[in-house]
Each structure stands twice: as structure tokens, then as C-alpha cells.
Design a protein around this ligand. Structure first.
Ligand SMILES: NC(=O)c1ccc[n+]([C@@H]2O[C@H](COP(=O)([O-])OP(=O)(O)OC[C@H]3O[C@@H](n4cnc5c(N)ncnc54)[C@H](O)[C@@H]3O)[C@@H](O)[C@H]2O)c1
Length: 430
């Protein structure tokens, strides 16, 4: 078992630290936010991620998982140091590597000889080199190990990965990193750092492409009178296509796809290639936010001015509290810009620790889903929380000004709602 430091205790870092401790390693996680470290040391989990609290509590109880302030305090004496710091979108669309550089600078003086620094943050091609330079140490190794977890099922994904990718210039370092994961059953791909870094962007760009494609197909279905559910079922049985990521919605978002698609466009552009196809994928997605907004506008009679919209779902997907680049918030921005009043409810936004987002200032946040539809002209479902399917729709009908639902996720039982007298519109289906 190894001594590991994890720099950054966000969605990736905290999950990584917790599951590596679960695998038996001795893990110290670091963050720069004192409040976060304090809460973690008090046994509080600052994010919503199913199963994470059990893993963190197990690691703390068994003395294999600690939390400290500052990267250097975790990295001193560690054999492996994972970097799981943010790589947000910079002003020009490229990934902003400032946090990665900062973290490398902080750990450099304390790294023990032969330590392996493992980059889990999503970073452009060439970043392993950049980390080597920022470290300025010829006696340590730098390895790329991109993360593929999905928020909402991060713990499951880490313990059951589809594959583990390691990009290294030195075989010895790659093998040492591979042994950290030896208890997991997954194909191990050992490659060069540039290919490893590219695998991550290519994977996210491909998944975003799949969603943009099915959203565009849903829009086609609406105009030709086909049903996207039947269409995606018929497509999904083809093994070359598969069922995953063939669900239409209000557009994709979240902490990764928007910034990673733009970063890949920027990486290609810098290298002299115009990734027109991926630009198209992003454009289709932006249009989908507009299209969803138009559907809500139509549902209230053609103008949003002065209308009240009850929104269920604010997070970018279900089972997370993450609001970063949430499609729901992009649609809400558009509704508010056209003069609507928005009342919103989300399963996790009633959590006092949930992160704040500027769009929420323009939303009347309600503590329960019924309050969000009271006096509203339409209910818009924008995140696929399962809880929404089981609510009392007779009550909802009585609270709405008009019994109208725009289901941006094809979540609810449309036939049942229509039987109850609702006007129901969804995505790509009659
Ligand atoms: N969130 C995902 O679903 C996901 C999936 C795969 C890959 N990634 C990638 O992983 C990286 C991290 O993403 P995230 O969602 O976990 O970010 P996050 O914002 O949730 O967490 C990052 C954490 O790092 C901390 N931090 C920043 N600088 C630090 C430093 N010098 N020392 C210690 N802590 C520091 C921040 O305070 C924060 O708590 C990004 O590159 C992202 O693209 C994210």
C-alpha cells in the first residue's frame, strides 16, 4: 500500500482520495479553502455525491484518510501526488492552467526523490511537460492519469472504471501508478502523455457530440411526427451506437463538457486545425437552450413578459449539487431576459451548503416543488431528478394558473398528465 497525497478536494479530488483510501492506501487530501478542510475534518461532506460520505467516514475511521490545508502539507513524504485542481475555461476558450501551475509550485520543494506527480485535472496536450517545468525537479516523475468519473455516480465510476489511462514518458513511473489501481478490474492503457491527455478531451467531445446529435434528431422528430424514444431505442440496439447518451434534453452542460469542448477547439486551432465539426456540436447545443426557451414561451402564449415560470431542477444533472454551466440556468437566464418571473426548486439547492450561482439571484428559490408551481403559468422540468416523477400532480394542477407542463427531460408520464387534463410538451415526442 502506498502513501498518497491528493491536491484539491472537489468532485474529483475528494472522490479520488476517498476511494484510494478504501483500496487500502494511506491518503492525505489538501485544499486551499480552510472552511472546506475544517468541515472535512469534522466529518462533513461539502458536496452531494451518492456513497461518498460512507467512503470518507470509513477512511477517517480507519485512519487512512486525512485532510490538511495547503498542498505542501499533503505532498511532503508522499510517494504519489495526485493533482485534482480546477482547469476552468480561460477568456480565450483555452483551459486556464493557473491552478495546476500553482499547485506544482507549492509541492515542488517538499517532494521526496522518485515521487510521482499524477495529473488528474483535465489539461491540454503538453501539460505534463508544463508540470515538469513548474516542478523544476529532475528527480521526480510526472504522469498523466485523466479522470472519467460522472458526477452523480462518481464513487461507483471510480470503483468500476471502464478503463484506466496512464500517460508517461517513463515506463517505471507508469507501472508504479498502475499498481495503485491493481484491486480494480479494468483495462489499463499505458501510453504517452500527449495521447493520454488527448483521450480525455476526445472522450468528452465525443459524448457531447452524441447528445447534440440526439437533441438535433429530437427536433427533427418533432417536425416530421416521429418519436425520439422509439428512434433512440431502434438506434441503441446497434452495438456500434449503443444506448448511452441518446436521451434528448435542454442541452448539455456541467463542469466538463462546455469547457472541454471549447478547450479542444482551441487546442486544435492553435495547432492549425479548424475543428469545424466540434464547433457545430457546440452551436447545436447553444441553439438547444434557445429551443427549450422557445417551447416554454409557446406554452405561455407566445410572450414571456410578466409570466411566471415554475422550474423544477437547477443542477446540471440529477444526483449532484453542481450548478456549473447548468442547462437549467442557461434557460432561466433567457426566460428572465424576456421578462419572466422564475420560481425554482431543486432537490439539492435546499441544502444550506449548496454552492451559489449568480443566476440564482434572479430566481425565487422555493423550499418545496409545490411552492415553485404555485401561481405559475407553466411548469418547466429542466433536471431529471427522479423525485419529480412521484409528486402529486392533482395538487400541481390545482396550484398552477394553467395546467401546462414543458418537460425538458422527457421525465414525466405524459400520457397520465394528459389524462389529468394537462397540456404536456416534451422533447422529440408527440
Ligand atoms: N467534475 C467532474 O465531473 C470531472 C470529471 C473528470 C475530470 N474533471 C477534471 O478534474 C479537475 C477538477 O475538477 P473538479 O470538478 O473536482 O473541481 P472542483 O472545483 O470541484 O475542485 C477543485 C478543488 O481544488 C482546490 N484547489 C485549487 N487550487 C488548489 C491548490 N493549490 N491546493 C489545494 N487545493 C486547491 C479548490 O479549492 C477546489 O476545492 C478539472 O480539471 C476537471 O476538468 C472533472
Amino acid at each position: 500500500m502506498s502513501t498518497i497525497a491528493v491536491v484539491g478536494t472537489g468532485y474529483v479530488g475528494l472522490t479520488t482520495g476517498a476511494y484510494l483510501a478504501h483500496l487500502g492506501h494511506d491518503v492525505t487530501c489538501a485544499d486551499v479553502v480552510p472552511e472546506k478542510v475544517e468541515r472535512l475534518n469534522n466529518g462533513e461532506i461539502p458536496i452531494v455525491e451518492p456513497g461518498l460520505d460512507e467512503l470518507v467516514h470509513e477512511g477517517r475511521r480507519e485512519g487512512r484518510l486525512k485532510f490538511v490545508l495547503g498542498a505542501a502539507n499533503a505532498a511532503a513524504g508522499a510517494e504519489f501526488v495526485f493533482l485534482a485542481v480546477p482547469t476552468p475555461q480561460g477568456e480565450d476558450g483555452a483551459a486556464d492552467l493557473r491552478y495546476v501551475k500553482e499547485a506544482a509550485g507549492q509541492i515542488s520543494p517538499v517532494l521526496q526523490p522518485n515521487a510521482v506527480v499524477i495529473n488528474k485535472s483535465t489539461v491540454p496536450v503538453g501539460s505534463a511537460r508544463m508540470v515538469e517545468e513548474a516542478l523544476g525537479r529532475s528527480d521526480v516523475f510526472v504522469v498523466s492519469n485523466p479522470e472519467f468519473l460522472r458526477e452523480g455516480s462518481a464513487v461507483y465510476d471510480c470503483l468500476n472504471p471502464d478503463r484506466i489511462v496512464i500517460g508517461a514518458r517513463h515506463q517505471e513511473a507508469a507501472v508504479r501508478v498502475g499498481t495503485l489501481f491493481q484491486k480494480l478490474q479494468a483495462p489499463l492503457i499505458i501510453t504517452d502523455p500527449a495521447s493520454s491527455e488527448t483521450i480525455k478531451y476526445a472522450s468528452n467531445a465525443f459524448l457531447a457530440t452524441k447528445i447534440s446529435f440526439i437533441n438535433a434528431m429530437a427536433n427533427v422528430c418533432e417536425v416530421v411526427g416521429a418519436d425520439i424514444r422509439e428512434v433512440s431505442l431502434g438506434m441503441g440496439y446497434d452495438k456500434r451506437i449503443g444506448f448511452e447518451f441518446l436521451k434528448p434534453g435542454p442541452g448539455w452542460g456541467g463542469s466538463c463538457f462546455p469547457k472541454d469542448t471549447k478547450a479542444l477547439i482551441s487546442i486544435a486551432e492553435d495547432a492549425g486545425y479548424d475543428f469545424a465539426m466540434l464547433r457545430g456540436v457546440v452551436a447545436v447545443n447553444d441553439a438547444q437552450y434557445d429551443y427549450t426557451t422557445a417551447k416554454i414561451r409557446d406554452a405561455v402564449g407566445g410572450s414571456l413578459q410578466g409570466k411566471t415560470i415554475g422550474v423544477w431542477g437547477l443542477t446540471f444533472k440529477a444526483n449532484t449539487d453542481d450548478l456549473r454551466d447548468s442547462p437549467s440556468l442557461y434557460v432561466i437566464d433567457r426566460l428572465v431576459a424576456e421578462g419572466a418571473v422564475v420560481k425554482g426548486y431543486d432537490v439539492t439547492q435546499t441544502n444550506a451548503h449548496a454552492p451559489k450561482h449568480p443566476t440564482l439571484d434572479s430566481v425565487q428559490i422555493e423550499a418545496d416543488p409545490y411552492a415553485a408551481v404555485e401561481g405559475a403559468d407553466v411548469l418547466a422540468v429542466l433536471t431529471e431528478w427522479d423525485e419529480f416523477r412521484w409528486l402529486d400532480f392533482e395538487k400541481v394542477k390545482g396550484l398552477l394558473n394553467e395546467p401546462t407542463v414543458v418537460d425538458g427531460r422527457n421525465l414525466l408520464d405524459g400520457a397520465q398528465l394528459r389524462r389529468k387534463g394537462f397540456t404536456y410538451r416534451c422533447v422529440g415526442r408527440p
